[in-house]
Design a protein around this ligand. Structure first.
Ligand SMILES: Cc1cc2nc3c(=O)[nH]c(=O)nc-3n(C[C@H](O)[C@H](O)[C@H](O)COP(=O)(O)OP(=O)(O)OC[C@H]3O[C@@H](n4cnc5c(N)ncnc54)[C@H](O)[C@@H]3O)c2cc1C
Ligand SMILES: *[C@@H]1O[C@H](CO)[C@@H](O)[C@H](O)[C@H]1NC(C)=O
Ligand SMILES: *[C@@H]1O[C@H](CO)[C@@H](O)[C@H](O)[C@H]1NC(C)=O
Ligand SMILES: *[C@@H]1O[C@H](CO)[C@@H](O)[C@H](O)[C@H]1NC(C)=O
Ligand SMILES: *[C@@H]1O[C@H](CO)[C@@H](O)[C@H](O)[C@H]1NC(C)=O
Ligand SMILES: *[C@@H]1O[C@H](CO)[C@@H](O)[C@H](O)[C@H]1NC(C)=O
Ligand SMILES: *[C@@H]1O[C@H](CO)[C@@H](O)[C@H](O)[C@H]1NC(C)=O
Ligand SMILES: *[C@@H]1O[C@H](CO)[C@@H](O)[C@H](O)[C@H]1NC(C)=O
Ligand SMILES: *[C@@H]1O[C@H](CO)[C@@H](O)[C@H](O)[C@H]1NC(C)=O
Ligand SMILES: *[C@@H]1O[C@H](CO)[C@@H](O)[C@H](O)[C@H]1NC(C)=O
Length: 580
């Protein structure tokens, strides 16, 4: 038992070391470095109260080979993994499980460096019989973070040893930014405090807000339920297991209520964060306002590790809901539908609608209209859908929670798959002008042979924020759609096939970039290999963000893919990203 733990400890340690260009790569020095590192890890473990662990892939029980060695299969544990493979609640409980498999796999590897099942059919034995289960892009170690002191200890450890850090919360990142081969991960999932204060006063400020304060690990579903119990509405994302205070709120955070109430970055009033220089700080409009600006859209873990944050909330309110769906006869028919939504999106945005257009249908909500007005507004769309034998319901629900329970929880969007994504913020002129509508509709129609765009009408169109307060690209403020593209990556693709999938995604994403010069993309849901990413994600906020990054991260301890101050694709931290 002790021996096997030590062996796996050492194996993981060597994989961590392999990520580092150590000055003299001869074996003896390597061993010396390794044993020093090992004792540093033991000390770290004591400092963090024994909450340091070596990672083991979730799917390992199915495999008879692990990191090149024969291991016993555990059929019962394997069956549990198989039957829960696409269940987000199950994945949440395991450090090594991410919502998207691209976070777990070393995509750039020529030989498979991963430990995954066939997500289209988890019982498919071909995925694991005689296959070597490898750690892939999963961090070697993780700390179950309980407080700011744990983060401070990890930063010191990284500073002293050169071992790189990653930060994981609920693991929904589309770009692998919450994993990283050879890293020590800070897993913030366990900080789950929640409180409500109708007169919350950010420290050192005189203004008060009706606000909730949540620990970094609080789930979107739990904050919605809590808010409903205190007769309030929280403006958040469209999936039950997204973390609220971590990557979601740091990178933008769109909701289908965003058109009226703003993005998550518009609504945050205070963040408690351990900055990379090791200091636990409270950032708000009155204390460290530069850091607060950076945390409102700077994205990822670039500016520190969030411990808790406070967010403005709204009264409980009735929600008009439009749920439309049909089966498109063919691509021309589907293009007609998208054209209709393009035609109406300017009117809908002005009326306060927000929602998703995932393909042949839509799900929109509106907190401003009456039910009769909602029916009138959605009439053309509902007629279109009904004419095709589809279903069109426009109803009033008593609260956001009632909406979420009925339409989002019941649908339980599956996870555990692997996808390549793209994003573009589509400016208002493509909805308010005849020529803009024609050009957008034409490009959407051409794109259908590749993928049906997944449209989030979740931009802050009616919301009037404080100018310059947030650091997301200002392109969000004039956009009406955040247009998303997504294609599956089969679990068993070769490197050449993955390159082809990403290249093709890049080409299609580029056509939307070419259509909308000067606009931007959503940091959290964009293309992994976004060209000119500083401009796409932050626009003219980037130079200021970079200054703030240098101030709070003087020793360059926190870095993430295409984040502010990114060290670039050639940094060993990114060895699992394909070099396109
Ligand atoms: C099914 C699904 C639905 C989604 N729906 C929406 C939506 O409706 N609206 C929307 O805006 N986005 C949506 N997203 C994107 C989502 O907001 C981002 O992926 C978000 O970053 C996820 O947060 P997480 O805590 O789950 O992710 P993680 O993968 O754990 O982390 C994401 C990023 O945040 C960093 N991070 C995590 N915790 C902390 C912390 N405590 N301190 C500092 N940095 C931290 C990580 O290092 C990483 O860079 C969706 C994603 C998925 C997979
Ligand atoms: C270890 O590396 C150092 C340089 O970092 C070198 O001076 C020393 O000779 C090496 N030791 C051995 C045993 O190779
Ligand atoms: C850290 O300490 C705890 C408690 O002693 C132990 O269970 C755990 O295995 C240790 N972690 C590592 C990586 O050795
Ligand atoms: C996992 O699957 C088993 C068997 O199907 C089931 O009993 C269990 O509740 C599932 N666990 C979770 C967390 O969903
Ligand atoms: C990192 O090391 C430098 C000295 O090399 C020190 O000034 C700094 O405070 C350290 N940072 C952390 C977070 O330990
Ligand atoms: C809940 O909030 C609404 C809207 O602010 C208010 O009208 C209602 O009286 C509140 N109900 C309770 C039970 O507090
Ligand atoms: C597509 O479907 C529509 C509606 O059923 C039909 O009128 C049209 O002819 C079809 N077009 C093609 C190219 O099949
Ligand atoms: C969209 O509007 C254009 C004119 O702007 C019109 O030609 C077209 O038929 C409309 N499409 C649908 C599906 O409503
Ligand atoms: C709105 O349309 C729905 C059908 O989708 C209907 O049940 C409802 O009565 C209508 N509301 C009003 C106020 O007419
Ligand atoms: C992946 O698996 C599928 C069957 O599940 C098979 O058809 C395909 O050829 C495999 N691809 C590769 C690259 O092995």
């Amino acid at each position: 038992m002790f021996l096997s733990a030590t062996l796996s400890f050492f194996a993981a340690l060597c994989s961590a070391l392999a990520a580092y260009p150590i000055s003299s790569p001869n074996h003896q020095n390597r061993t010396t470095v390794a044993s020093k590192l090992m004792s540093a890890l033991v000390t770290l473990n004591a400092t963090v109260g024994g909450r340091l662990h070596a990672s083991v892939p979730l799917d390992k029980p199915c495999f008879s080979i692990y990191e090149g060695r024969h291991v016993p299969v555990d059929p019962v544990a394997c069956a549990t993994v198989q039957s829960n493979y696409t269940n987000p609640a199950f994945r949440l409980e395991h450090f090594s499980a991410y919502m998207l498999l691209q976070s777990e796999t070393c995509q750039a590897s020529h030989v498979p460096d991963q430990c995954v099942l066939d997500y289209t059919s988890p019982s498919d034995t071909e995925a694991y019989t005689g296959v070597d289960c490898r750690l892939g892009n999963i961090p070697s170690y993780y700390i179950e973070v309980a407080n700011a002191a744990d983060v401070q200890a990890a930063l010191r450890f990284s500073n002293d040893t050169g071992v790189r850090l990653s930060v994981k919360n609920k693991g929904h990142d589309y770009k692998g930014r919450s994993s990283g081969k050879g890293t020590l991960a800070l897993w913030t999932t366990g900080m789950n405090s929640m409180s409500h204060d109708a007169a919350f006063q950010p420290e050192g400020c005189s203004t008060t807000y009706d606000a909730v304060t949540v620990g970094a690990g609080v789930l979107t579903e739990d904050i919605y339920r809590f808010a409903d119990q205190v007769n309030r509405t929280v403006i958040g994302g469209y999936h039950q297991t997204i973390g609220f205070a971590g990557g979601f709120a740091l990178g933008g955070g769109h909701s289908i209520l965003t058109p009226v109430f703003g993005l998550a970055v518009d609504r945050v009033v205070q963040v408690k964060v351990v900055t990379p220089d090791g200091v636990y700080r409270t950032a708000n409009g009155c204390q460290h306002p530069d850091l607060f600006f950076a945390l409102r859209g700077g994205g990822g873990s670039a500016f520190g590790v969030v411990i808790e944050s406070s967010h403005r909330i709204e009264p409980r309110m009735p929600i008009q809901t439009a749920a439309l769906s049909f089966t498109a006869a063919n691509k021309t028919d589907l293009a007609e539908w998208y054209a209709l939504t393009v035609n109406y999106s300017f009117q809908w945005a002005n009326e306060g609608w927000g929602g998703h257009i995932p393909g042949a249908g839509l799900i929109h909500v509106n907190p401003l209209l009456s039910n009769a007005q909602a029916n009138e507004s959605m009439k053309a769309a509902a007629d279109f859908v009904r004419a095709r034998g589809g279903s069109a319901v426009v109803e009033e629900l008593p609260s956001w929670w009632a909406f979420f329970d009925k339409y989002v929880l019941s649908a339980e969007a599956g996870v555990g798959n692997e996808v390549a994504t793209g994003s573009r913020l589509i400016p208002s002129e493509f909805f308010s002008t005849e020529s803009g509508r024609a050009r957008l509709s034409a490009l959407v129609a051409e794109t259908l042979s590749f993928a049906s765009p997944y449209v989030r009408a979740g931009t802050p169109w009616l919301f009037k924020g404080e100018p310059g307060a947030t650091s997301v690209t200002p392109a969000w403020r004039d956009a009406i759609w955040h247009l998303g593209l997504s294609v599956p990556i089969p679990y068993n693709t070769t490197l050449a096939q993955r390159e082809e999938i990403y290249r093709t995604m890049g080409e299609h994403n580029q056509r939307f970039r070419d259509l909308t010069p000067g606009s931007g993309a959503y940091f959290n849901e964009g293309y992994v290999y976004e060209p000119d990413h500083e401009v796409s994600f932050w626009g003219d906020n980037y130079p200021k963000l970079l200054e703030i990054k240098k101030k709070y991260d003087p020793n360059e301890l926190l870095d993430c893919w295409q984040c502010v101050g990114w060290k670039g694709a050639s940094d060993p931290l990114y060895q699992c990203y394909i070099k396109l």
